[in-house]
Design a protein around this ligand. Structure first.
Ligand code: ADP
Ligand code: F6P
Length: 321
């Protein structure tokens, strides 16, 4: 293999640039030519591909977003788009591809793998919901961004003796809510992976007030329901919660990556190159117990499932009343 390419796809995540930088620099260090594909799978199909030099990734390690741009391109789920993508790669003489993205992007990588093109997945999403890894690139930065907002919200919640519902990202995954809930000392954490009884939640909030609590923070993953919907439902149990809703939205996806995400991205990007150097494709990179690992991407996606750490969920119940 002489020439490889990299693309970023799906929701952007802080640290994607650091991963691309590592792929470009380590790739060149190992004797590859490295090409960048703009706009994810959309750019792949359109042939929006260019050679990247070491200087193209200067100053990228600390920059949020992705300088290769990203796109949602559902057409790539069709065989026609996938074959066109491989045609473009062949036209440029590219023999291996690194896909940085979330579970949807991994499906694209699986499709290319099944068509015989050597592809390596690198997990980049703030949601931390990809099988085959304990942590994804961007998650650490996102939870620190959320935490900063929560500390501010706690100040104003206390001053007015209010209940704050904070809706955070995670359509199918509760990791952002779970980790930031524990880190902020939130009274309630509501995530899609864990059933809860709203009446019991309302009772606990009320009991907290009776015990003299001056604020209540509820961390709500967007996949459970919207913040407004939850506020409405809680009002059915008690109109006296002085509830306010904050939706943090895309603020969670931006900003400079944390030290942890930069290091994770650098290690995972370099691992992708090590694998391609050994002609290993059809795999995805991950981290487990601080070790960088890899696994078969088809098998991992078909049978693996990222589960939230429910010990954290239980811990929060034990220390946040
Ligand atoms: P994320 O990667 O963050 O989960 P998406 O779910 O939007 O984001 O997926 C990103 C892109 O991956 C999609 O826009 C599409 O181009 C590609 N993709 C998603 N699902 C599939 C699929 N089943 N087969 C092929 N490509 C897919
Ligand atoms: O997958 C990452 C993510 O940020 C989810 O947490 C969120 O639900 C979604 O992307 C938002 O997507 P969009 O940027 O297309 O609105």
């Amino acid at each position: 293999m002489k020439r490889i390419a990299v693309l970023t796809s799906g929701g952007d995540a802080p640290g994607m640039n650091a991963a691309v930088r590592a792929i470009v620099r380590k790739g060149i260090y190992e004797g590859f030519e490295v090409y960048g594909i703009n706009y994810g799978f959309a750019g792949l199909v359109a042939g929006d591909i260019r050679k990247l030099n070491p200087s193209d990734v200067s100053d990228m390690i600390g920059r949020g977003g992705t300088f290769l741009y990203s796109a949602r391109y559902p057409e790539f789920a069709n065989r026609e788009g996938q074959e066109k993508g491989i045609e473009q790669l062949k036209k440029f003489g590219i023999e291996g591809l690194v896909v940085i993205g979330g579970d949807g992007s991994y499906q694209g990588a699986v499709a290319l793998t099944k068509l015989g093109f050597p592809t390596v997945g690198v997990p980049g999403t703030i949601d931390n919901d990809i099988p085959g890894t304990e942590y994804t690139i961007g998650f650490d930065t996102a939870i620190n961004t959320v935490l900063e907002a929560l500390d501010r919200l706690r100040d104003t919640a206390t001053s007015h003796v209010r209940t704050f519902i904070v809706e955070v990202m995670g359509r199918r995954a509760g990791d952002i809510a779970l980790w930031t809930g524990v880190a902020s000392g939130a009274e309630q954490i509501l995530i899609p992976e864990q059933d809860f009884d709203l009446e019991a939640v309302a009772k606990e909030i009320k009991q907290g007030r009776l015990n003299g609590k001056k604020h209540t923070l509820i961390l709500l993953a967007e996949g459970v329901m919207s913040g407004d919907e939850l506020a409405k439902k809680l009002r059915e149990y008690d109109s006296d919660f002085h509830t306010r809703v904050t939706v943090l939205g895309h603020v969670q996806r931006g900003g400079a990556p944390s030290a942890r995400d930069r290091v994770l991205a650098s290690r995972m990007g370099a691992k992708a190159i090590d694998l391609l150097k050994e002609d290993i494709g059809g795999v995805c990179v991950g981290v487990k117990a601080e070790e960088i690992i890899y696994s078969d991407i088809v098998e991992t996606l078909a049978n693996g499932k990222h589960l939230p750490n429910l010990e954290l969920y239980q811990l929060n119940k034990e220390i946040s009343f």
